[in-house]
Ligand binder design. Sequence first.
Ligand SMILES: CC(C)[C@H](C(=O)O)[C@@H](O)C(=O)O
Ligand code: SF4
Length: 472
Amino acid sequence: MTTPTTLYQKLVASHTVAVLDEQNVLLFCDLHLMNEYTSPQAFAGLHEAGRGVPVPGQNVAVVSHIIPTHPVRWRTIQDPPSALQASNLKANCERHQIPLFDTNDPLQGIEHVIAPEHGMVRPGMVIICGDSHTTTYGALGALGFGIGTSEVEHVLATQTLVYRLAKDMRIRVDGTLPTGTTAKDLILWIISRIGAQGARGFVVEFCGSAIEALSVEARFTLCNMAVEAGARGALIAPDATAIAYVLDKAPDITGEVRAQALDHWATLHSDAGAAFDVEHVFDASEVAPFVTWGTSPDQAMAVNATVPRPEDIADAVQRSSAEQALRYTALSAGQPLAGVPVQHVFIGSCTNARIEDLREVDRIVGSRHVASGVRAMVVPGSGAVKAQAEAEGIAARLVAAGFEWRQPGCSMCLAMNDDVLAPGQRCASTTNRNFEGRQGRGAITHLMSPAMAAAAAITGCITDVRTLEVTA
Ligand SMILES: CC(C)[C@H](C(=O)O)[C@@H](O)C(=O)O
Ligand code: SF4
């Protein structure tokens, strides 16, 4: 009898070109995504060594981080170093015949939003990118993870990577997510339970009835943020929901190839009895709308709770980091989070800027208006999402409600373009990181779901979405 193996072990085994030692293998990468930010030095190294890109078709590049999002027809990058990054990427892609979603491509957007919507992500693949949120693709049963610039060079030259094996963690979530909660609340809740380093060194497989009930887009949100618990990858075994999504996005999978693909995908699950190094079991019914109060994604709480008191935290390191976080976020221990005024609302990022997210914002906003004094911005995840939202009337309704409707890109998720918050501004944000200064020096980020961000936009303060009547 063969030893039962985990889905993660199966994916690694099927992509191992050579075992290097007990800890490392040479891993074949089916798809390598690149952005303008982490690829320039890799190309420079490649050229210096006189090497080429042997399989350019298994590489795809996207301009996503530095791109302006103003609603103009033709986008030009004003900042000279950023403009250089974009033109470098274009030149490098042309030189090596690597497909590129360039600045003014109508389908441009955030790399992790674009890749699945064009059928590039399929169960069983290994997908890498010089970006930590590559874990997103686990939603479709693909092993995705971020790599560094020197590794980008190695992948370009060989389509392989020296890969250090991770440990296996399983997170089972059974039960039903309560009304008013989403995959974003679930992952913020999980991270707050296991900690920002809780999955460090592990690839996490999510399973259980609450996970099975999630749409593919919700699964993207979940796997996207697994990295905020330190995970080196996230996986959900592909089921009928995932397979229907992939077949819809990849019409080239037909006939004999389709039959073979379906047979292969049916094997992509952890075997009964497979051993995990660590297992967590959670009950989805305990989840509430979650909001971060600090400067790390695990510093999160139910919106109707009160800000923790550092003196109640037993661990000295966590206590001092909570004290520092509260100083930065200008909140007091023990105060309610609901009712804290926000000056800005940002709906965007590879975590929550897909069509379902925008539909949810539209549903919550209904016929209401953005509160006076609040600047609320919607940055769709890609050109395709933007076009879809415009076709559905979502864009027009949100603009009428007082939202800014922008062009796709990373934007204020990390403020590498000109969408930057002023010091002291407080932002309700659908993004994934609330680090100090991430949305602008001295700016304060509260991570939350699109529904919660919509509620904050309407009321002008952090608000429990469950207390709002949906008027639409
Ligand atoms: C710029 C890039 C390297 C970075 C990442 O790796 O995640 C960014 O996308 C982020 O979200 O902080
Ligand atoms: S949207 Fe944010 S998290 Fe996602 S790739 Fe861009 S900067 Fe990183």
